[in-house]
Design a protein around this ligand. Structure first.
Ligand code: DC
Length: 228
């Protein structure tokens, strides 16, 4: 199979739409590789914060992005390591989300992370989760989904996730922060978060996980059949 023949399923959309869970379940279902591109931005944000690099130094940040030692699965399934250290929980904190969104708005950082993302396209296929998978990183994806949900539904999901993990959260603050990050992700000059023209948009506000998965599996089957 040549590089361009390896099927890619792109799943884009804002956070707390159920994208991450869906992408992981779909990858397991299809026995495909999984790219959690948000984790790359989160790790870069963490590395930049730890090194005390200013966000006004795009070239230094891009250099960091090219040299990051990132390993997925080193400390167990779904884990993420930076320089061998398990940072799976640390990158999911509010600070991690904020830094990821900030480094994600730097064009040189996005450019530097591009090759790393392309490396995940390996046989028999890839499920790619992010904001610009279908528009920029894998514009030739076999099938593209864009998940949305009302901001209240997303804030509720995030609130529950945090409480389940034993992390304190304040609902109105979560809501405000989600809105801020959405605005930053949608309005940045490079790769703004938006559905690809050929994306299937799914509003998950009123749907549970199984219902979203069923729709996506159906969409994938139809798209892959059509390509044959
Ligand atoms: O998917 P996530 O919540 O883990 O992403 C965290 C941040 O990373 C998000 O606010 C913006 C950035 N990001 C991005 O700019 N491009 C991607 N493909 C994935 C994430």
């Amino acid at each position: 199979m040549t590089f361009s023949e390896i099927p890619v399923i792109a799943i884009d959309g804002p956070s707390a739409t159920g994208k991450g869970t869906l992408a992981a379940s779909l990858a397991a279902h299809m026995r495909f590789h999984l790219l959690d591109s948000g984790a790359l931005y989160r790790i870069l944000g963490l590395a930049v914060a730890r090194a005390g690099v200013s966000l006004d130094e795009p070239e230094t940040i891009a250099q960091f992005a090219r040299n990051l030692d990132i390993k997925f699965g080193l400390h167990g399934p779904g884990s993420v390591a930076l320089d061998g250290e398990d940072v799976s929980l640390m990158i999911r904190t509010d600070l991690g989300s904020d830094m990821a969104s900030k480094v994600g708005s730097i064009p040189a950082a996005r450019e530097a992370l591009l090759d790393r993302q392309l490396e995940f396209r390996q046989s028999p296929g890839l499920v790619a989760d992010g904001r610009d998978m279908g528009t920029v990183v894998f514009p030739d994806a076999s099938v593209k989904f864009f998940l949305t949900a009302s901001i209240e539904a997303r804030a509720k999901r995030r609130y529950k996730q945090l409480l389940d993990k034993g992390i304190d959260a304040i609902f109105p603050t979560l809501l405000r922060e989600l809105a801020q990050r959405d605005a930053r992700d949608q309005n940045r000059s490079v790769s703004p978060m938006q559905p690809a023209d050929d994306a299937i948009v799914i509003d998950t506000t009123e749907l549970n996980r199984d219902e979203v998965m069923a729709r996506v599996v159906k969409g994938v089957a139809v798209a892959l059949q059509r390509k044959r």
